[in-house]
Design a binder for this molecule. Structure first.
Ligand code: E4P
Length: 217
């Protein structure tokens, strides 16, 4: 499963890239606003920090303006992936862009039928939001299971990009279901390293090693 960082914080992206775990980045207008930097400039910087896809989202609601925005965004770098909302105009834009060889991430997917539409529109990625589903009292991971079944039934090539990931259990369940990608805030990804028995094990080994009086170097 690929790991994308769900952030526009370039320091955090750099730190994650150094671990070798980073396969791409997703941003959205809220994450861009949080950083307070110019959208085009920060997207260019992020594209230089990873070879993987970097999702940059259009903000227009009509197809014609979405295409104009996408035109500008895709010129930023070869690894820009245009993010469009799961609406009629969003999917029209998705079809036009993917027919033209541009990567597209269809975002704000909340039902398996919506994911079916995104695949039929040729999306590179579909982003079902599991955390927001859970917040709303439904089971976000059930949605991922259903999309996996549908995509496998018809051999759709659209990758399932699990979004709105909030914790380690979302990551684990996504991997068990066979999602292609998950995007999470860097602190969630780095948190996957943590285990109390790893810390305890290191402590014990170091204590015993110290008693030998040896050094490796
Ligand atoms: C996905 O691409 C979105 O940027 C993101 O995962 C939304 O997450 P949130 O529900 O935590 O805002």
């Amino acid at each position: 499963m690929k790991f994308f960082a769900d952030t526009a914080d370039t320091d955090a992206i750099r730190e994650l890239a150094a671990t070798g775990l980073l396969d791409g980045v997703t941003t959205n207008p809220s994450l861009i606003a949080k950083e307070g930097k110019d959208f085009i400039e920060v997207t260019k910087e992020i594209c230089g920090l990873t070879d993987g896809p970097v999702s940059a989202e259009v903000v227009a609601l009509d197809h014609e303006t979405m295409m104009k925005e996408a035109e500008k965004l895709r010129k930023i770098a070869d690894n820009v992936c245009i993010k469009v909302p799961l609406t009629v105009d969003g999917l029209k834009t998705c079809k036009a862009l993917t027919d033209d060889g541009t990567m597209v991430n269809v975002t704000l997917c909340f039902s398996a039928n919506q994911a079916l539409l995104a695949a039929k529109a040729g999306a590179t990625f579909v982003s079902p939001f599991v955390g927001r589903h859970d917040d709303n009292g439904s089971n976000g991971m059930e949605l991922i299971r259903d999309i996996r079944t549908i995509y496998d039934n018809y051999a759709f090539e659209t990758e399932i990009l699990v979004a709105s990931v909030r914790h380690a259990t979302h990551v684990l369940e996504s991997a068990l279901i066979g999602a292609d990608v998950m995007t999470a805030p860097p602190k969630v990804i780095l948190g996957l390293f943590n285990h109390v028995l790893t810390d305890k094990g290191i402590e014990g080994f170091l204590k015993d090693w110290k008693a030998t009086g040896q050094s490796i170097l």
